[in-house]
Write a protein that binds this ligand. Sequence first.
Ligand code: NAD
Ligand code: WQD
Length: 337
Amino acid sequence: MILVTGGAGFIGSHTCVELLNSGYEVVVVDNLCNSHKTSLERVEKITGKKLSFEQADVRDAVALDGIFSKYHIDCVIHFAGLKAVGESVQKPLEYFDNNLNSSLVLCDVMKKHNVHNLVFSSSATVYSGDNKMPLKEDSKTGDCTNPYGWTKYMSEQIFKALCVADPQMSVVLLRYFNPIGAHESGLIGEDPRGIPNNLLPYVSQTAVGIREKVTVFGDDYPTPDGTGVRDYIHVVDLARAHICAVEYAEKHKGCDVFNIGTGRGTSVLEIIKAFSEASSINVPYQIGPRRPGDLPVCYADCSKAKNVLGFETKYDIKRMCADSWRWQKNNPKGYAK
Ligand code: NAD
Ligand code: WQD
């Protein structure tokens, strides 16, 4: 059985679909601080299979201990965490507490229950800003520009040190690039609280009429059209990467790290154009100033994930936008009806 922390969230819910479809049993632990239980009901609807749900905070060692006693856990996928970059600057202690203590408590309880396999949600944000593109796993890390980034960097250090200390441990660190899209059913997708920070939810909420227009953060970058370039990956592809990582964790010991992206960069204006085509709605936008801390270009070298995990993406930007739009159109207010 796979324990999925944060499984009710955006990436977690899509991963639960892939796990259930691959024949795994799943128990989700989530405190629902940034998600709705409805997502898990939809996961069951999509797959026609049941999962177990325990509403608990991963930092609650007593609750977690009880969950590890109740279920036979073979591997943990640890998504639970806070992820809003701007908010982390305003509330650093909340971010360090949630994201670091959840990792520490989880590792402690895993050790007590002899569970040795873990897949962790890391991020491209751990890379330093002065690297050459594409980013490789051994590109420079650190120099994070916000507390959220530091929590991912520090969590990586915790897992690496743990694997040195305990040779039975197997940890797979997945550094996600920019996950977007939604399940093709239109039943599950990204449901950010308040005004979205990320580009795709902002574009899709503009298309559906919740926001007036998208502000493009700078058009004077040294890129082909002057706007920022990122490596967007379909969330269903990203979810599939977790199946590869679980399989790899079973046969591998120690700590290993993989970029999970497509290896291709897409600009902000290309995203707005692709989304406008997918939705048949001309998404309005205006050019604004650069957002502090943004890199001009960020994309992955994905050869290690391909060669070692056997993971390759299937979906292009057109499909990512079409699936995001289906989710947004069918659920204009997300899970809250
Ligand atoms: P999300 O907010 O949709 O999902 C996170 C889930 O964790 C939520 O359901 C939330 O309720 C839960 N949670 C948070 N703190 C918890 C705690 N202490 N105990 C129990 N549950 C808790 O976010 P997501 O986009 O699905 O991201 C999942 C993971 O991937 C996060 O760790 C995030 O930092 C990482 N990540 C996300 C992105 C991205 O762009 N979405 C990129 C790189 C890495
Ligand atoms: C993408 C591009 C913006 C919004 C962030 C986190 C990173 C990771 C993924 C978790 C950039 C531009 C955006 C808007 C815009 N999360 N943009 N108008 O910044 O690559 O990464 O999310 O780990 O840690 O930093 O993603 O979606 O915010 O921005 O023009 O309203 O869109 O400048 O070029 P980013 P994003």
